[in-house]
Structures are given as C-alpha cells and as structure tokens.
Design a protein around this ligand. Structure first.
Ligand SMILES: C[S@@+](CC[C@H](N)C(=O)[O-])C[C@H]1O[C@@H](n2cnc3c(N)ncnc32)[C@H](O)[C@@H]1O
Length: 266
C-alpha cells in the first residue's frame, strides 16, 4: 500500500475540500485504500508525483473524485419523502401549475440515479394518464456514477424496497441484475455539476432533493449551499435533505416543514 505523508495528505484534503466541499480530514485510510490501485496502475510510487500529475492533467481530477466520493444509494430510500410528495406536494402542484402542466425537479448529488428514478415512478403513479411534463435534472460531480445511472442496471439489494407495482419497470438480466426500462430512464437528464459552483438555471425548481450529500460538508459550506438552493426554488418550492442531516435555522430563510423537509415561503 502506498502511504500518504502528512504533507501529501494535507495537500490532497485541502484541494478536495476547497474545490468540492468534501471534508476528508478524518479519512486518511479511506484515501489510501481507495487511491492505491490508481497510483499503482499508473506507475506512481508516491502521492507527491501523482498530485503533480493531477495538477497538470485536469481530466485526472475526475478519476480522483470518482474514487473518493461515497455513492451508496438505493430505490425508495427514506420513503417518507415520497409519501410527502404524493400526499402534499403533488396535489398542490396539480392546482398551482395547472396552466403549464409542468413540474421541475432537481436531484442534486444523484449518484447512480435511484433517487431521480424513484421520483419519476412516484410521479407516474400520481399523474397516471394525465399528461404532465415532469422531467428531472440529476447532477453529480462523479461522472462514473452517472454513466452507470444512464445504463440503469441495478442489483437486487438496490430495488429491494420497491412496491410490487414498480416491478414492471425492470427486466431481469441473465446475471440476475435488473435493467430499468427506457420509459423511466428517458425522463431523467444527467449532468455533471459541482455544487460548489454558482448555479445558473433557465427556470426555477418546484422541488430539490439534496439528500445525504451535505454530510460531507462543513457548516459554512452547507449554509452557503442551502442559500443557493433557496435562490433557485420557486416561491412555495420544497427542499428535501437526508434524514440524518440538519439545516441551521438561523442561517436560512427556509421555513421548516418537518424533519428533513423545508419550504421557501410563498
Ligand atoms: C451518498 S450519495 C447520495 C445519493 C442520493 N442523493 C441519496 O440520498 O441516496 C452522495 C453523492 O453526492 C455527490 N457529491 C459530493 N460532493 C459533491 C459536490 N461538490 N457536487 C456534486 N455532487 C457531489 C457524490 O459524488 C455522491 O454521488
């Protein structure tokens, strides 16, 4: 195993934190175990030389991010959010957006796509044959996870929580995995986006998911990001965060709705 020196460790975590918000200060071993094969495959004997290589090859940053981000997710994770979507948000939207029949949703930190695809299935259940335009933007800094999302092949564990009625969206592959149907896949647009960058969207969102992403950020980074979400939501729009996450109430204009659900005032 190639070990990090104290200085190399500091250089690497400072770079990742200042550019991507992710705090790896207590993750020295995780970095060493995940990065070892990258250095070994490319013939590097130490991190100093590898970090010089990263500095002069911007594409290599993608390799580092693909390795160091934590991407675990699954279908219907934190189901209370999808309940709230069906019972509270969608009936409201049906009335307020009736003229355009359009709904804009963003899955920020989408990983391998399960959150966005779960949302599409929930919307399909709700709207049925009613023709609404509800495509979802799904973004991440890791391109690797989004490539996998676009292919849409999932393990039995990943779909273990779905209701029976959604099984029709999956086809079992010869190696016992599950391929998601095009009917669902085509409703999600995947884009690379670093949440630390400034946002520029043509239209505001009705709903933003940013679940289990901010756990890696420190408080000032979280506060700044939450304010950026506020600015790109419609008045009355909702923000879902992960159940284990909190927003510092005095740093935000969001109204608290219930644990992990916030709303922009109308
Ligand atoms: C654990 S996954 C969350 C997936 C899904 N939202 C959920 O709740 O199951 C966290 C994702 O956040 C992404 N992420 C972390 N920092 C990011 C940043 N600065 N910009 C965009 N995405 C980021 C990671 O690449 C990872 O795919």
């Amino acid at each position: 195993m190639i070990k990090l020196t104290d200085q190399e460790f500091k250089d690497l975590y400072t770079f990742v934190k200042s550019n991507y918000g992710i705090n790896l200060e207590k993750k020295r071993q995780l970095i060493e175990s995940r990065m070892n094969s990258v250095l070994a495959d490319k013939g590097f004997k130490n991190y100093t030389d590898y970090l010089k290589f990263v500095n002069s090859n911007p594409n290599e940053i993608t390799v580092v991010l693909n390795k160091l981000t934590t991407n675990h997710t699954y279908f219907l994770r934190e189901p209370e959010h999808f309940d709230f979507l069906t019972k509270t948000i969608l009936p409201e939207i049906k009335v307020t957006n009736d003229a355009t029949k359009e709904m804009r949703i963003w899955s920020a930190g989408c990983s391998t796509g399960e959150e966005a695809y779960t949302t599409i299935m929930t919307l399909k259940d709700f709207f049925g044959m009613d023709r609404w335009d509800y495509r979802i933007l799904a973004t991440d800094i890791s391109t690797h996870v989004m490539e996998s999302a676009k292919v849409g092949v999932y393990s039995p564990e990943s779909i273990a929580n779905i209701p029976k009625a959604w099984e029709k969206y999956f086809k079992k592959t010869p190696d016992d995995l599950y391929l998601l149907s095009d009917e669902i896949k085509r409703e999600v647009i995947f884009r690379k986006l670093n949440l630390m960058d400034s946002f520029s969207f043509k239209k505001p969102f009705d709903l933003i998911f940013c679940r289990n992403v901010m756990i890696y950020f420190d408080q000032p980074t979280k506060d700044k990001l939450v304010n950026k979400y506020y600015d790109v939501l419609k008045p009355g729009g909702y923000l879902f965060i992960g159940h284990s996450e909190t927003i510092s109430r005095n740093a935000t204009k969001f109204e608290y709705v219930q644990p992990s659900i916030y709303r922009k005032g109308k």
